[in-house]
Ligand binder design. Sequence first.
Ligand code: SF4
Length: 103
Amino acid sequence: MSNQNCWEIKKCGREEGGDKTADLGVCPAASEASCNGINSGTNAGRICWAIAGTFCGEKVQGDFAQKSVSCMSCEVFKQVKMEEGAESFVLLKPGQVYQAASK
Ligand code: SF4
């Protein structure tokens, strides 16, 4: 099991000390300490889909409801889900409720 965080899988350079933090800063997935350890990750590195305002695709993303369709087809989501297995995989961060994006 690799336990790679999203920034290691995507090589986005938006983690602490990454080479792309000059413009937008450190991505919330890399700094969200309240999610540390979820899906065996560092901060929200293995639950980035549940974090609002992440920087995937070189722009600030919306909340989970707005980005869930693209996140669930992302290699990070698929890899973490496969590695954690159905028993241990965590979809939402503590206290989070999934609400479908309003049209
Ligand atoms: S959520 Fe996306 S932009 Fe943010 S650290 Fe993870 S891979 Fe990089």
